[in-house]
Design a protein around this ligand. Structure first.
Ligand code: UDP
Ligand code: MG
Length: 307
């Protein structure tokens, strides 16, 4: 059986079309399947729509979070509850084309354990979004030594891979990169990002920025090493300036150089604050992980309908 995990945040218009489209594609493949919608604390009728679909077809299941925990949490909730031998994660706004699923299943049956969906084009995005996403992926690819640029959350994972991902104890997950990190035999499927037909994007620029910083700091300690490098540069610089100051003092004209003092205080102060900020991010990550709170809280599942 194949499980399809679909995170949904305020997607009431998309539940029925997504169910319909996926049912058609999977039936045509001749696969047994289940659809798992995870409503990420939606404030509209998303969960009611999921319940309607569940009543009509028991292969559609779903759960609702007690509040908005984010897409990552929704994906992991889906993985935890999926029963299939393979799990496909995709957006429920149909931007990830269901038409790519048969090829994914074919590659899986041919022995691939992870089938990554790669974007051939990035779809319609604002100029700013394109630039910042480009920068983010370039940095992330460096940090984790894997090419992330065209990757997305559209993937097929074998049961083995799902179990490996569920074993990971961390709370701050970055699904897109973790599926690279766990390894396994990986194949690619290329797809074209569709335009969102119903509803609007759920990501604001501020939300994306936060997501980027969080993922960079939870995946790499490179920013911390950058602080050490800055320290070495300043040390070298201070040696030169120290000698110059001493020479000036011994020559007896040490009163000048006030500008240098002010500049040094400003520059060093600025870098110190920045470094503290970088370290602060890591302390915050450690703090969050140490608390060990659950990734999400489920308020209701479609299973409660049947009892
Ligand atoms: N999503 C979610 N929780 C959130 C934000 C988004 O579960 O807090 C889901 C959303 O319902 C959709 C997917 O994540 O299925 C992708 O979101 P969206 O289409 O808004 O992002 P975009 O395609 O614009 O990057
Ligand atoms: Mg979308």
């Amino acid at each position: 059986m194949i499980s399809i995990v679909l995170p949904a945040f305020n997607e009431e218009e998309n539940i029925a079309p997504a169910t319909q489209a996926l049912r058609e594609v999977l039936t045509a493949c001749g696969e047994e399947f289940e659809l798992l919608f995870i409503s990420d604390g939606s404030t509209d009728a998303t969960y009611e729509r999921i319940l309607e679909q569940h009543r009509a077809d028991k292969r559609v299941r779903g759960a609702e979070f007690s509040r908005n925990f984010g897409k990552e949490a929704a994906i992991f909730a889906g993985l935890e509850n999926a029963a299939g031998d393979a799990v496909i994660v995709m957006d429920c706004d149909l931007q990830h084309p269901p038409a790519a699923i048969p090829e994914m299943i074919k590659k899986w049956k041919a022995g691939a354990e992870v089938v990554e969906g790669f974007k051939t084009s990035r779809g319609k995005e604002s100029f700013f979004h394109r630039i910042s996403a480009g920068l983010f992926y370039r940095v992330m690819s460096r940090l984790i030594h894997m090419d992330m640029n065209a990757s997305s959350d559209f993937k097929l994972l074998d049961r083995k891979v799902v179990n490996a991902l569920l074993e990971l104890p961390e709370r701050n997950t970055f699904f897109r990169a973790l599926s690279f990190w766990v390894g396994f035999r990986t194949e690619k499927v290329y797809y074209e990002v569709q335009e969102r037909r119903l509803g609007s994007s759920k990501w604001s620029t501020a939300k994306l920025m936060k997501y980027a910083v969080r993922n960079a700091t939870s995946f790499s300690t490179l920013p911390l090493q950058a602080v050490t490098v800055m320290g070495w540069i300043f040390l070298a610089f201070s040696l030169v300036l120290g000698i110059q100051t001493l020479v000036n003092f011994l020559r007896g004209h040490s009163a000048t150089g006030f500008t240098t003092v002010i500049l040094l205080i400003l520059i060093v102060g600025g870098f110190l604050m920045l470094s503290l900020g970088v370290i602060g991010h890591y302390v915050a990550r450690i703090y969050e992980e140490v608390k060990g709170r659950p990734r999400f809280i489920i308020r209701d599942t479609t299973e409660s309908e049947n009892t």
